[in-house]
Design a protein around this ligand. Structure first.
Ligand code: SAM
Length: 221
């Protein structure tokens, strides 16, 4: 089937372009052993995040949705020595695994992992007078995507790149009668993007080892 081909092609690309990496393999193994859900980005997507961070020359990154820190590590590795990531995670068990993984990958000194509901953490960060971010990766609970976009814009400067994952959902996104709160959240996310004059964006459909999905990428004015 198509999905088998997508998976094989992802493996081919990974073998060709993404050097064997024992740390990242150990991280995925640790996530699996701790029974974390397998919602991390794929290796090709992780490398893509890494490249985007380099292309942007980002120094300050905000990630909403840490899980085991797999995507965090990919992005942290693209940062300069004085770069920094704030990553937000609701589940203390996920955060605990992530912290161990960040240490294993020797990037823990660049990462501030904040545990708790992202909306609460974001409000707290504003109260703390947080500096704007150069790159923002939205990858948590999809029903809250519109709220996360508002906060992302709040914490942006001209030129900030905002990326939102899982915005195609096997094409369910065009189902106007969906009852799935994740799909509805993503549909509202598109509506907000369309009406928000502070950002211009597009969405790219993707296939691969994680199935048929896609991401939104935009730049803030
Ligand atoms: N970015 C990760 C990666 O690629 O390795 C994957 C993140 S996973 C898709 C989504 C994460 O968001 C889960 O770990 C989940 O516990 C977390 N999450 C769900 N609701 C949240 C909330 N309200 N606040 C913060 N994190 C939340």
């Amino acid at each position: 089937s198509a999905a088998i081909t997508w998976n094989k092609v992802d493996q081919y690309v990974t073998e060709k372009l993404i050097p064997h990496d024992t740390v990242l393999e150990q991280v995925l193994e640790a996530n699996h052993n701790a029974s974390l859900p397998p919602y991390d980005v794929s290796p090709t997507q992780g490398k893509f995040l890494n490249l985007l961070v380099q292309m942007k020359g980002a120094k300050r990154i905000l990630e909403i949705g840490t899980l085991g820190g797999y995507s965090t590590i990919w992005m942290a590795r693209a940062l300069p020595a004085d770069g920094h990531i704030v990553t937000l995670e609701l589940d203390p068990r996920h955060a605990q695994v992530a912290l161990a993984n960040l240490k294993l990958a020797k990037v823990a000194d660049k990462v501030e992992l904040r545990v708790g509901d992202a909306l609460e953490q974001l409000a707290q960060m504003e109260a703390e007078g947080v500096e704007p971010f150069d790159f923002i990766f939205i990858d948590a609970d999809k029903p809250n995507n519109p709220h996360y976009l508002k906060w992302a814009l709040q914490f942006s400067h001209a030129g900030t790149v905002i990326l939102g994952d899982n915005v195609i959902r096997e094409g369910e996104i065009i189902n106007g009668r969906t009852e799935d709160p994740r799909v509805k959240g993503v549909q509202s996310f598109y509506e907000l993007l369309a009406e928000e004059s502070r950002i211009t964006a597009t969405a790219i459909q993707t296939v691969g080892s994680k199935g048929y999905d896609g991401f939104v990428i935009g730049i803030v004015y």
